[in-house]
Structure formats: structure tokens, C-alpha cells
Design a protein around this ligand. Structure first.
Ligand SMILES: Cc1cc2nc3c(=O)[nH]c(=O)nc-3n(C[C@H](O)[C@H](O)[C@H](O)COP(=O)(O)OP(=O)(O)OC[C@H]3O[C@@H](n4cnc5c(N)ncnc54)[C@H](O)[C@@H]3O)c2cc1C
Length: 443
């Protein structure tokens, strides 16, 4: 990162008056900063953590570069793909698993991948039946608001119950519905996951392909390139406590109490975090309700496991209530291989190695744990949840009100995107929209 003016904190920021302050240096904030710069505005970015990237986090583990947060892009993520081309960043794919492990009441069962994909894919088609009608234009989820109104109140659990699945069928699909909801299928909305399905292309093949591409050198390379182009001043270790509007300015208080002012502010924070910042005047109803309810899913922990004794490339599909909603081979290391895992069962203590190893052996008895790394996004004070998946009723209650500015504030986060809500792609969409709004406000 050599184009951006990166500072250890906000204490050395001389100028107190900026065109626009962007609060948060995840993808939405970075894109907003870049677009504002392109419009000729002076931008200050205030970031709470010691790093940029937010819910994406490229780090090292077992001698490899790993993603502790958002990892995959899909060919259908048009804005992210365009950015990769713009910066000359290539993509890579992980190994293709040959074996799928599913959990059953009698223990883990192995299947050939093709057979598993056919069975699970068929169940996904049943789960999302009707979504082509209520989401004929998936990036514009309210295009048929009349039809969405009939289903938006349904949770994924409601939908599963209506399908009349056998226990074996439910085990095959509930790991997805519960895992993507942050632990319980009762939390996520049918329309939340159905919109992903529709955006991906409405077929099982498209659904699986949507989780395939990674930027070479990781998400950090991509966000670094965006911030370089923004040429913004980015202050790390500068958590914002309050954002107050008065007299045609916005005053932002960060870190140890330093105050910065601007004509407009882009609030590029996760929705779940808004309630921990003091806004004056207070947030509008749609924003206040969303942050009180939360849209970033709870209990989502991502793990990287270095294992031995596992000779083939596998994917594990857990059932609702299992310690691992998913596990997936991610390549060889000298004396074994790396898996990434998704845990949404609050009862699993991810700080306890013995518990993690036990959970691993429940599904892959032949594997022994060498080391692991985990991050709990629900417990992280600067995300307070993982990816966004709207709950029942939230689509109709939130859009489009939550995308509107509040006085001199514009809001940017993947959590409130129209299209790929909950994905890096949604952060691109939202960051660009908020930049245009903030530029108008700043005049
Ligand atoms: C485990 C996991 C797996 C995921 N997998 C994928 C995937 O495979 N593909 C995909 O596309 N997406 C995935 N996602 C989702 C994706 O990472 C997010 O949707 C996206 O990164 C959100 O970007 P954002 O800019 O909206 O928010 P964030 O990335 O959360 O950025 C917000 C920024 O605000 C900062 N901040 C918070 N509080 C303050 C404060 N008080 N003051 C100043 N700064 C503050 C944060 O530190 C952060 O940098 C995943 C997410 C997680 C957690």
C-alpha cells in the first residue's frame, strides 16, 4: 500500500476540516473513499482496528496465506471482478473435493461428491422453489414487492418445515440454512437465502460455483489497491465514538477524544455496530430498528485447521446443531493439509483445543489436529456479527429506507446492499452509492 497515507492513529492529522470523513475501512469504506477522491474531494478515513479490511482479513497460518473472514468471489460479482481486472489481480481456486461427508444420527457417512451434490442440489431447488417469481430481478429485490410480501415473513425453518423432509434430507440441507443464519434456521429469512440463490443463477451448479474464486494474494491485496487509488489519509486504531451533526458540519470524535469535522460523513460500519456509536441526532427508525435487531449473523466463527492423516480432499456438510456447519479442504502443507471450517454452535468453545479436536474427529475420525486458528466474528467488537443475512420481515422493513442519507450522513456497508447483501460485492455496491450521496451533501 504505497498510494494511501496510512497512519498509526489519528493524532497526527493536522487538518480538522475535511470534505468527507469515511468511518470504517472495510470494502464499503474503501470503495467510498476511492469514489470520493475521483470526484475531487478530500477524504479522511477513520478505522478502529490496527488493520484495514474489516470482515475480510488475510493473515498467515501454517506457512500459508489464509482468509479469516470473507474469502470467495464469484464470476457473477461484477463490481469485484471489474476491480480485480482494474488492478491486474488474478484469481485462484482451491482443490476440488472428491469426497463429501454428511452427518447422520449413526455417524458420518462418505459419498462421492457428484452424488452428494445431486442430492443436496435437489433439496436446494425445492427449498427455493418460487424464488424466480418473487425475485425475477434478483439485484432489485423489491421489483415484485407484491409477491415478496407473501414470503418475507417466513424463516428458513418455516420453509424447511413446510417441505416435509425426511430426517436424512433435512440433515443434508439444514447445515446450509442454519450455518448461513448464524446457528439457527429460525433466524434467517427465506428471502435472504433465496436472493443469494437467485443472484447466483437459480441452479445448484451456479450455487456451488459461487463459492470458488479467491484473489491471488488475498482480499488484502484487493482492498490495498482500492485504498492506494483513493490516496486518502487512513488512520488506524481510531475507533469512532460519536457522530454529531450541527450547523452544516459533522463532528466525529475518535480514539482518545480527538474531534474531526467534515461537510459529510460516510458511515461505513457494520449495521450491528451502529448501536454502539452515539449519533446526534439519533438514527432514523429503519436504521435504529435494524441495528437493534442485527443483520450480521451471530455465533459465526471461522477456523483454519492444520490436520494430518487425511489423504483426500473433502467437504463436510454438517446438520443444524453440529459443531461444524461446514469443513473444506484448502490445500496441502508439508506434513498434512489445511481445512477451513465454519462453526455456528455457541456451545463449542473454540479456545479449547480438545473441544475443537473432538468436533473434528466426530466428522473426520482419521484426521488429527496439528494446530488451528479461529476468529469469532460475533464476539468481535468491531463487527458484532459476521456476514449479513436478513431475518424474517427485514427486507420489506429495511429497503429502501436504510439506504437513504440521514442529514449529512450516508451509509455504506454490504449489510444494506440491494444485490449481494452479505458479500464483498454488496460492499462495492453500497460504497459507490454512499459516495455519490455524500458528494451531493458536501456540495
Ligand atoms: C467468516 C466470514 C466469511 C465470509 N465469507 C464471505 C465470502 O466468502 N464471500 C464474500 O463475498 N463475503 C463473505 N463474507 C462477508 C464479507 O466479508 C462482508 O460482507 C464484507 O467484507 C463487509 O464489508 P463492509 O465494508 O460492509 O463491512 P466491514 O468489512 O465490517 O467494514 C467495517 C469497518 O468498520 C470498522 N469499524 C467498526 N467499528 C468502528 C468504529 N467505532 N470506528 C471506526 N471504525 C470502525 C471495522 O473495523 C471495519 O474495518 C464473510 C464474512 C465473514 C465474517
Amino acid at each position: 500500500m504505497d498510494g494511501v497515507d496510512l497512519r498509526a492513529d489519528d493524532s497526527s492529522v493536522e487538518r480538522r476540516d475535511h470534505d468527507v470523513i469515511v468511518v470504517g475501512a472495510g470494502f464499503a469504506g474503501a470503495v467510498a473513499a476511492r469514489e470520493l477522491r475521483a470526484l475531487g474531494l478530500r477524504v479522511l478515513v477513520l478505522e478502529a482496528r490496527h488493520r484495514v479490511g474489516g470482515r475480510t482479513w488475510t493473515d498467515a497460518f501454517a506457512g500459508r496465506s489464509v482468509e479469516l473472514g470473507g474469502q470467495f468471489l464469484s464470476p457473477g460479482h461484477e463490481l469485484a471482478m471489474a476491480a480485480l481486472r482494474r488492478y491486474g489481480i488474478g484469481t485462484t481456486t482451491g482443490p476440488t473435493p472428491t469426497r463429501a461427508v454428511v452427518t447422520t444420527p449413526d455417524g458420518p457417512e462418505s459419498h462421492a461428491l457428484a452424488e452428494f451434490a445431486t442430492r443436496q442440489g435437489g433439496l436446494l431447488e425445492r427449498l427455493f422453489e418460487g424464488s424466480r417469481d418473487y425475485f425475477p430481478r434478483p439485484a432489485d429485490p423489491l421489483f415484485r414487492a407484491d409477491l415478496v410480501r407473501r414470503v418475507d415473513h417466513l424463516s428458513l425453518r418455516d420453509r424447511l418445515d413446510r417441505l416435509g423432509l425426511t430426517p436424512a434430507e433435512e440433515a443434508l440441507v439444514s447445515g446450509i440454512t442454519a450455518g448461513q443464519s448464524g446457528g439457527s434456521s429460525a433466524r434467517g429469512a427465506l428471502t435472504g437465502l433465496a436472493q443469494w440463490w437467485a443472484l447466483a443463477g437459480s441452479t445448484p451448479e451456479d450455487w456451488y460455483a459461487g463459492q470458488s474464486l479467491r484473489p491471488v494474494e488475498g482480499m488484502s491485496a484487493l482492498i490495498g489497491a482500492i485504498l492506494d487509488e483513493s490516496r486518502a489519509t487512513v488512520c488506524l486504531n481510531s475507533p469512532v465514538h460519536s457522530i454529531a451533526q450541527a450547523g452544516g458540519r459533522v463532528r466525529v470524535t475518535a480514539g482518545l477524544g480527538r474531534e474531526h469535522a467534515a461537510k459529510a460523513v460516510v458511515v461505513a460500519l457494520p449495521v450491528n455496530v451502529w448501536k454502539h456509536v452515539r449519533f446526534h441526532p439519533g438514527l432514523p427508525e429503519a436504521h435504529a430498528t435494524a441495528t437493534r435487531q442485527g443483520v450480521g449473523v451471530p455465533h459465526a466463527r471461522k477456523l483454519w485447521l492444520h490436520v494430518r492423516g487425511l489423504d483426500d480432499d473433502v467437504v463436510v456438510s454438517g446438520a443444524e446443531g453440529d459443531p461444524f456447519a461446514a469443513l473444506s479442504s484448502q490445500g496441502r502443507v508439508d506434513d498434512g493439509q489445511l481445512l477451513f471450517g465454519l462453526n455456528t454452535l455457541p456451545a463449542l468453545d473454540i479456545r479449547d483445543r480438545a473441544s475443537v479436536e473432538l468436533a473434528l474427529k466426530e466428522v473426520l475420525p482419521e484426521a488429527s489436529l496439528v494446530a488451528y486458528r479461529a476468529h469469532d466474528w460475533g464476539a468481535d467488537p468491531y463487527s458484532r456479527g459476521a456476514w449479513a443475512l436478513r431475518g424474517p420481515g427485514q427486507l420489506l422493513a429495511q429497503l429502501p429506507a436504510i439506504q437513504q442519507p440521514h442529514g449529512r450522513l450516508a451509509f455504506a456497508t454490504a449489510d444494506i446492499a440491494s444485490g449481494w447483501v452479505g458479500f464483498v460485492e454488496g460492499a462495492f455496491e453500497s460504497g459507490a452509492r454512499a459516495a455519490a450521496q455524500a458528494a451531493r451533501i458536501a456540495g
